[in-house]
Design a protein around this ligand. Sequence first.
Ligand code: TA6
Length: 277
Amino acid sequence: MTTHHKLENGFSYIEVQNSVAQAKIALQGAHIFEYKSKTDLLWLSKTSPFEETKAIRGGIPLCWPSFGNNNPSLSQHGFARTALFEIIHIDETQENSTKITLRLQDNKSTLALWNYHFELNLTITIADTLSLALQTINKDTQPFTLTQAFHTYFNVSGINDVAIGGLEEKPYFDALDTKHKIQKGTITFNQEFDCVYQEVDKDILLQDKSVTTQISSNGSSSTVVWNPWIGKCARMSGMREDAYKEFVCIETANAYDDFKTLQTNESHTLEVTFTTL
Ligand code: TA6
């Protein structure tokens, strides 16, 4: 079952309920901000905005057509996360799986920011696993280059208790000291962390006490791992100053060297699946 909701300020989202999972997806940014099945997977800030032009703090924001400041002519993480998508299709033929496709196409305001014709389709499959597939089609007569990410905020029991595996020996760019390094061992947290891993070629495992979340991807060879810790968290919009204890971001991406250039009519799909083991 899928129901449409509109807040008093006009902010719209859809709610999905099937036999194995429930989810909430905002039309702004095609932004899934709740997914509950075996676990309550996605962190959502208790002080997140739900209003036009402001990105929701939490869930899975789409960074598109630029990750971070990869494209200095665009705002951080691009414009898709505050753009209004339309629902193209809802498939509820199976009781234990719901598939929703949302679309963004170029319009006057996107062309003013990024002068290319495109079609962007996000397909979300809500089952006992959660899958997202973000397809970019170049509808322009010129080639264009993009970077992107699923900026996923995972709920954690406590940031000091989590470990991330699957990135051992991978090269990464440390955005805090702008140095290039190699990952040694699993990732744990005791300070601000903001790193972009490259050559990522296997599943990533988020270990949180007895719960393990497996992150599988296609069309991606880069992953960002982020936690703002105390100082940056206190300066962040849309989150309380101690929120850093409650989440970690593991972002399946095409970032930095993993950029994508699409010729006319060419497409690329970034995919991720989250499985609670
Ligand atoms: O993905 C990590 C990162 O780029 C951090 O540097 C931090 O800025 C975070 O994203 C949040 O960005 P936002 O624009 O959502 O405040």
